[in-house]
Design a protein around this ligand. Structure first.
Ligand SMILES: [Zn+2]
Length: 60
């Protein structure tokens, strides 16, 4: 089971997609991307909640 996330699922238009084995690992990748691509040095609680809600579990 993999966890996947796409920026477009939270209304971002950058086309970024990522996946990881766990939510925590995925969150780290998303934070790194957010800092780099969206100049979001800190992911606030509201955004983190949005991201968590948008994380999908995938068989692939
Ligand atoms: Zn993005």
């Amino acid at each position: 089971m993999a966890k996947t996330f796409a920026c477009k699922d939270i209304g971002m238009s950058c086309g970024f997609k990522t996946k990881a084995k766990t939510d925590d690992e995925l969150m780290e990748k998303i934070k790194a991307h957010a800092a780099e691509a969206h100049n979001m040095k800190q992911v606030d609680a509201a955004t983190a909640a949005k991201i968590k809600a948008a994380i999908k579990s995938s068989m692939f």
